[in-house]
Write a protein that binds this ligand. Structure first.
Ligand code: AMP
Ligand code: ZN
Length: 491
């Protein structure tokens, strides 16, 4: 029986997954700050969270997954300095902050769907939890917080092992964090940000510490604790959150629970903290403000199906850095086309075979004949800290297996796709051929030219055939004679 093992950032070790509540898995994933469109790097974090959720479902756990939407509180600096990201953009655009939040939340949800990321059990919206945040802050105020003119601050020296998740050297941490006059420790952070006298925020609420807005770290502690109960099983986020946001959440959770040292992982509020590594560009960090803004709709505009990006993510282990390039995305698209066409070919041979979701227990009970070692390899790869690069090879080996009943191959592929989420049961070749927005030639015209070219070739009139090929090339259409995937052309 292969146990599911996951890399816990808190202990920096692979650990077996042992649920807090038998048969259940409760997972919280830090969601987007909705002041701008998400870039594809952000979306890697949710492909990862989805993979984790699907793996837990595959293993039969009843999954409760929460993703939050940060519509208040995230400052321009993670260390809780600077302006509120949402307020700043609203002021710059002279737009209502609520409209901005709604617009970017919807854009994010569209990307979630395009990448076949399952809906979490709860989307928790930060501004729906303000009262709960105030209650939480009041309950820890006396023992762990102090007031300054700018708000209520958390004193990190009041909890054991502050910063353990980041493995922070105190000096290094201090160097990075700007001082607010009166802070007791450099790493202390705002729990509540009181609106300065004479100013108004679009989003502000009354509180015992004056009118103002909550700190960003507070919302995640409150929503995870409320919706999942402390301690819950797994908290996820991008690797950047390992440095400031999650250590601060942990400190608040320890304070709230009255927990001691972090030698007991559950004292942190969650048993395991999992972090996906970054998607990077050749030039370095991916950002929303510099260079080309890589968004899911831009991939589509360039002719790449969003699920090719999902596959690109799954080809790398979630803990490795992944470099984005259009070539790499193109290669992932070709790989996806091969998968889709293999499934289509099997369906032609076994038209009555269905396609459905599977769980591990029934998959292990099934007699897979010659495919048995492949199903086992797939399951073991996932159990080994979500090893999708190897899991994908097991899927491809299933599709390529010789002398196996096509219906059995389809069943194995469907079982594997329950976790991989590449939508192989419904994607068609046609879905994958997206027209780049820059293409001007109409498909009917391409077909007509290709038709004439076929006739010329049949008549051995190679001069005309070449001319037609050049004509198509001039319109941006590449003719693909002898393409192993059977594609006649691409733009
Ligand atoms: P944000 O909207 O900036 O709070 O980020 C949303 C999520 O994306 C967080 O979990 C971040 O850690 C994660 N993230 C940000 N940039 C990247 C990146 N380039 N690659 C992978 N994850 C990222
Ligand atoms: Zn968070």
């Amino acid at each position: 029986m292969t146990e599911l093992t996951l890399f816990n950032s808190l202990t920096r070790q692979l650990e077996p997954f042992r649920p807090v509540h038998a048969g259940e898995a409760r997972v919280y994933s830090c969601g987007p700050t909705v002041y701008n469109y998400p870039h594809i790097g952000n979306m890697r974090a949710y492909v990862f969270a989805d993979l984790l959720g699907r793996t837990l479902s595959w293993r039969g756990y009843k999954l409760t997954h929460v993703i939050n939407i940060t519509d208040v509180g995230h400052l321009t600096d993670d260390a809780d300095q600077g302006e509120d990201k949402m307020e700043r953009i609203a002021a710059r655009r002279a737009q209502s902050i609520w409209d901005i939040a709604r617009h970017y939340t919807e854009a994010y949800w569209t990307d979630i769907q395009a990448l076949n990321i399952r809906q979490p059990t709860h989307w928790s919206i930060a501004t729906d939890y303000i009262d709960a945040m105030i209650d939480f802050a009041r309950s820890i105020e006396e023992r762990h917080c102090y007031r300054l003119e700018s708000g209520l601050y958390f004193d990190v020296s009041t909890v054991a092992d502050y910063g353990r998740l980041a493995r922070a050297q105190t000096d290094e941490g201090e160097g990075r964090i700007e001082a607010v006059a009166g802070k007791r420790n450099a790493a202390d952070f705002a729990i509540w940000r009181t609106t300065p006298a004479g100013e108004r925020r679009q989003m502000e609420w009354d509180s015992p510490w004056g009118r103002g807005a909550p700190g960003w770290h507070l919302e995640c502690s409150v929503m995870s604790g409320k919706l999942l109960g402390f301690p819950f099983d797994i908290h996820t986020g991008g690797i950047d959150h390992r440095e400031i946001h999650h250590p601060n959440e942990i400190a608040q959770n320890q304070a709230f629970c009255g927990c001691g040292s972090l030698s007991e992982a559950a004292n942190s509020g969650a048993r395991m903290w999992l972090h996906n590594n970054f998607l990077v560009e050749r030039g370095g960090k991916m950002s929303k403000s510099s260079g080309e803004f890589l968004r899911v709709p831009l991939l589509v505009e360039r002719g790449y199906h969003p699920l090719a990006y999902r596959l690109l993510c799954l080809q790398a282990h979630y803990r490795s850095e992944l470099e984005f390039s259009w070539d790499a995305l193109g290669a992932a698209l070709t790989r996806l086309k091969r998968l889709v066409m293999s499934v289509a070919a099997l369906r032609e041979r076994a038209p009555d075979a269905g396609w459905r979701g599977w769980m591990r227990a029934e998959a292990l009970a099934q007699d897979w004949g010659k495919l048995q070692p492949l199903v086992e390899r797939f399951d073991a790869a996932l159990a080994d800290d979500l090893g999708t690069p190897i899991a994908l090879t097991a899927l491809e080996d299933v599709l390529a297996a010789k002398k196996v009943d096509p219906a059995l191959k389809l069943a194995a592929a469907a079982a594997m796709d329950s976790v991989l989420g590449l939508n192989l049961g419904s994607l068609t070749r046609g879905d994958l051929r997206l027209r780049p927005a820059s293409a001007t030639i109409a498909e009917a015209e391409i077909d007509a030219l290709l038709d004439r070219r076929r006739q010329a070739r049949t008549a051995k009139d190679f001069a005309t055939s070449d001319t037609l090929r050049d004509e198509l090339a001039a319109s941006g259409v590449e003719v693909m004679d002898g393409d192993p995937l059977g594609w006649e052309w691409r733009l």
